[in-house]
Design a protein around this ligand. Structure first.
Ligand SMILES: O=C(O)CCC(=O)C(=O)O
Ligand SMILES: [Fe+2]
Length: 324
């Protein structure tokens, strides 16, 4: 971990608020209301472990991010250092390319400001049930014709170096995502399966089946395709089983993912068995609250929403995140 790294002037993690005016921000409780998820949407998430079809970006904002993404895919060594993880092809098979990078928010202004998108922040507050911080972002991009898979997995199986489990993922399409170009799939209800071991992100799409019970394999077959227009998002629980198939189509399938954690989440790195995967991550000392500038507080809803607070539908966080 970068404990002794000096502050870098070009590191956008030095700015814990928006810098580029990509989004107009609500200035009072009333203005937040337009982004509020309904009672039904929150209940759907509680039951199924995901929710889809939420607009986060306009077409113009998608264009801004795709331009920045092009630059990030041809980056110099100096800026690459800001990433927590950066693989031009995570799969190593040239016929199954998956660009996977963590930390774009530290490098370009659009990805920096994306984490303050008001539509994202309102929904995440409701689905986490409380104020929250950025954990990190991720880019998952498959080129046309030879795009690789993201094998079935649960996000929290990769995040046990933080605790307790009170995290949320938001997947945002930077292209229209369909079954043809490798959209995400969910297994509704699989957030109730408990924590499963890591079986890999690339390579064999179906590796996870080796650790599933017979009953889980049956439910697994009821997977749903998460087709979305560009700029739209889905949110999923940290134990939701999800993955995406190869892209042999004529179109790329690019996406940016935002990973949030409840304010008060602690480091749990002591004895973590995959410490080598964390060497470029910010410091996360054991049992200490993750509240450095690398984990900015994104929304203090209890304060921002003032009088409206009693009318905002929220998940039952205890049931959804604690009793697992
Ligand atoms: O974009 C993909 O196909 C995978 C995304 C993913 O694993 C996630 O959003 O947690
Ligand atoms: Fe994931």
């Amino acid at each position: 971990m970068n404990v002794l790294e000096p502050k870098l002037s070009f590191d956008l993690a030095n700015y814990s608020s928006p810098i580029a005016n990509l989004f107009e921000q609500p200035t009072n409780a009333k203005e937040w209301e337009q982004y509020m998820l309904s009672e039904e949407q929150v209940a759907f998430f509680q039951e199924n472990g995901f929710i889809s079809g939420i607009q986060i970006l306009t077409d113009e904002q998608v264009d801004v991010l795709n331009e920045e993404l092009e630059r990030l895919q041809a980056i110099d060594a100096r800026e690459k250092k800001l990433f927590y993880h950066y693989e031009s092809n995570e799969s190593e098979d040239p016929n199954k390319v998956l660009f996977h990078a963590i930390g774009a928010w530290r490098v370009t202004p659009g990805f920096h400001d994306l984490i303050w998108s008001p539509a994202y922040r309102m929904a995440a507050y409701q689905l986490l049930g409380q104020s929250f911080r950025l954990f990190h972002d991720q880019l998952f991009c498959k080129p046309a014709k030879h795009g690789g898979v993201v094998a079935w997995h649960q996000d929290y199986s990769y995040w046990t170096f933080t605790k307790p489990m009170h995290h949320l993922t938001c997947w945002i399409g930077l292209d229209d995502a369909t079954t043809e170009n490798g959209c995400l799939y969910y297994v509704p209800g699989s957030h109730n399966w408990g924590l499963l071991p890591i079986t890999g992100l690339t390579g064999d799409m179906e590796s996870v089946r080796t650790v599933l019970s017979e009953e889980q394999v049956t439910i697994f077959d009821k997977k749903v395709a998460n087709e979305l227009p560009k700029g739209y998002a889905s949110f999923h629980h940290p134990l939701m089983m999800h993955g995406s198939y190869a892209n042999y189509s004529e179109r790329p399938r690019r996406a940016v993912v935002l990973n949030a954690m409840a304010d008060g989440t602690l480091g749990n790195t002591e004895g973590y068995e995959r410490m080598d995967a964390l060497h470029s991550f910010p410091a996360m000392p054991q049992d200490q609250i993750l509240d450095s500038n690398f984990f900015p507080l994104l929304f203090d809803g209890d304060k921002e929403l003032e009088s409206m607070i009693n009318h905002v539908p929220k998940v039952n966080a205890k049931m959804l995140y604690e009793v697992r």
